[in-house]
Ligand binder design. Sequence first.
Ligand SMILES: Cc1ncc(C[n+]2csc(CCOP(=O)(O)OP(=O)(O)O)c2C)c(N)n1
Ligand code: SF4
Length: 279
Amino acid sequence: MSEAITAPAPLTPADYKSGLKPVWCPGCGDFGVVNALSKALAKLALRPENVGIVSGIGCSSRIPAYMSCYGFHGVHGRALVAGAGLKIARPDLTVIVAGGDGDGYSIGGNHFLHACRRNVDMTYIVMDNRVYGMTKGQASPTTEPDWDSKLSPDGTGLREFHPLVIALASGANFIARAFTGDPNGLADVIVQAVRHPGFSFIEVLSPCITFRPEQLEWKKMVRGGALKPTSDLARAARRMLRDDGFDLGVLYQGERAPYQQRGPRAAKSVSELAARFEL
Ligand SMILES: Cc1ncc(C[n+]2csc(CCOP(=O)(O)OP(=O)(O)O)c2C)c(N)n1
Ligand code: SF4
């Protein structure tokens, strides 16, 4: 008697969660990213074993542990290089790189520029809370100059870094802003980012309720739904330079071809690689 072959049941968002309880402070915005990413992966119908989530160091960078996909919790500021290496070695995988504003724009700032320029086909999610949460509240590159705190009395006085404009100028192919308080909107943007070829960058406003409780006000300040993606660089630049940081949606969607590896195929063994370098 032959057994009927049935198609596997579609995966639900719960299938993408590892079951490990996050150590984040109750109410941290980053919970919303786990929820939205799980929803997005279910909508994309990707198998967890076909997704690699790569991070750096910080509260936000703990995210691979909370997902059931393959994960790599790497070195502070180096998530993008690890993610690019993974994608180039395993183009069949969907690669998501995730972390904080400190990880991505301070110590990892140089890699951010070059990831945008290289345009490797992966999605970069930055959970921006405008502070170093894990190390107890230092100012980050996106902190407002007048944010008064114990560690920066009267504020740093330094102009903020503008991640979206920098991503645009450096060659990112998809640039969006989303908010953890709108998990459906965030999930939708992640779906679009993963589907879009090349380097997709999502700046996610993710409140740190412990060191920046005033960020809870963001839910009253964000504006969703008004933006239609543009592929016009000048228009996108004007948009980004004029907004106050609270317009949500896809701000730029380019058509640049993703990075393609050139040169000889990857060596199959260390001895083959060594032979190529023999003089
Ligand atoms: C090479 C190195 N330098 C500094 C640190 C200390 N460190 C750990 S996390 C962090 C900043 C984290 O901030 P962010 O990326 O914004 O993440 P959050 O904790 O706010 O999510 C720093 C400076 C480190 N782990 N390694
Ligand atoms: S310190 Fe801030 S960023 Fe870190 S877990 Fe707590 S609320 Fe989240």
